[in-house]
Design a binder for this molecule. Structure first.
Ligand SMILES: NC(=O)c1ccc[n+]([C@@H]2O[C@H](COP(=O)([O-])OP(=O)(O)OC[C@H]3O[C@@H](n4cnc5c(N)ncnc54)[C@H](OP(=O)(O)O)[C@@H]3O)[C@@H](O)[C@H]2O)c1
Length: 298
């Protein structure tokens, strides 16, 4: 299993995103990286270009990859489109993934980033990859879960159609110096606002630090197969949202307060044993990771 990727030609979709920006910058240190997005954030684009990333303006909702090189080693699909419009979100998340796989059918592997938001809510049951899927995020983002499930199915089919080894990795709660859901909680706590929590408490998740995401990319690509490998991608230590908010409050000297509402997603906690088998355990403990996040965002 390669510890790092070097001298590879890699396409990353959504390289300006919360998850993809640190991943893309890390990959660009030793590889030729091409980023695809609309690049609405000029600062993020400048940061990528300064690191040597070739930025090609692409609207995934259109699915036109004619200006994108097809002879690449790896494709990392880290973009997500959350317009809350069904026609756009199905085209941009699902159809585009298949069209990009067709375009890069000769690649060594494809990593498609999915979400544990594809699972049917199951409280504190540790969801395995074979567990029931459902419309998990509907209360917050109407199209999200169904578009992510649709994308998985298109990616699974395309892996077989194009014989392109593929991993579908279902991220839980990614966070780090570049932000994430806990960073939103931090901002609410600092502003003295109550954090919304689902009444089915405690709300347990598997937060995963961006350093672990970066470190696991080579193994995730190595695990690619036809039919596609499907794996949960989260921290090995589950933690309750309430607990991490109280911890964040402790760092900044404010009490975290909560408001119960069923208009927020409930806990989604996962079985990480398949991930550990394929890519090893996560190494950044959640308290360390959150302390670093607070310092980076101060
Ligand atoms: N963040 C989370 O808490 C979380 C949790 C679980 C799973 N995930 C998964 O992790 C992956 C990354 O998510 P993220 O939160 O990091 O995303 P994000 O911060 O919302 O970034 C989305 C990226 O996609 C690009 N994009 C959006 N619409 C586009 C379009 N029409 N055409 C081309 N590019 C477009 C954006 O750039 P432009 O807008 O400039 O085009 C940006 O680079 C996704 O697969 C997501 O489902 C995230």
């Amino acid at each position: 299993m390669p510890a790092v990727l070097t001298d590879q030609k890699i396409i990353v979709t959504g390289p300006t995103g919360q998850v993809a920006l640190p991943v893309t910058l890390a990959l660009a240190e030793h590889n030729e990286v091409i980023g695809l997005a609309r690049f609405r954030d000029p600062d993020a684009r400048a940061q990528l270009e300064a690191a040597g990333v070739t930025c090609i303006e692409t609207n995934l909702a259109a699915g036109d990859f004619s200006s994108v090189p097809s002879a690449v080693d790896y494709v990392l699909n880290l973009a997500v489109v959350k317009s809350n419009r069904w026609d756009i979100d199905l085209a941009a998340n699902a159809e585009s993934a298949g069209l990009l796989m067709q375009h890069c059918a000769g690649a060594k592997a494809m990593l498609h980033c999915s979400s544990t938001g594809v699972y049917q809510p199951a409280g504190r049951h540790e969801l395995a990859e074979t567990d029931a899927l459902g419309d998990n995020h509907r209360v917050m983002m109407e199209t999200y879960s169904i578009a992510k499930i649709a994308a998985e199915v298109v990616v699974r089919t395309s892996a077989r159609l194009f014989n392109l080894p593929t991993t579908i990795a279902r991220l839980n709660v990614p966070y780090g110096d570049n932000g994430g859901w806990p960073a939103f909680h931090l901002a609410m706590i600092e502003a003295g606002q109550p954090v919304p929590v689902h009444p089915d408490r405690p709300n347990r998740f598997n937060p995963i630090h961006e350093d672990d995401i970066i470190r696991m990319i080579p193994a995730m690509l190595e695990a690619a197969s036809v039919p596609a490998t499907i794996v949960n991608w989260g921290g090995i230590d589950p933690v309750d949202l309430e607990e991490w908010c109280e911890f964040l409050g402790g760092i900044v000297g404010k009490d975290a307060t909560f408001v119960e509402t069923d208009a927020t997603i409930g806990g989604v906690t996962v079985d990480t044993s398949k991930m550990v088998q394929l890519a090893g355990p996560t190494t950044v403990g959640w308290q360390d990771g959150l302390r670093r996040m607070v310092a980076a965002r101060a």
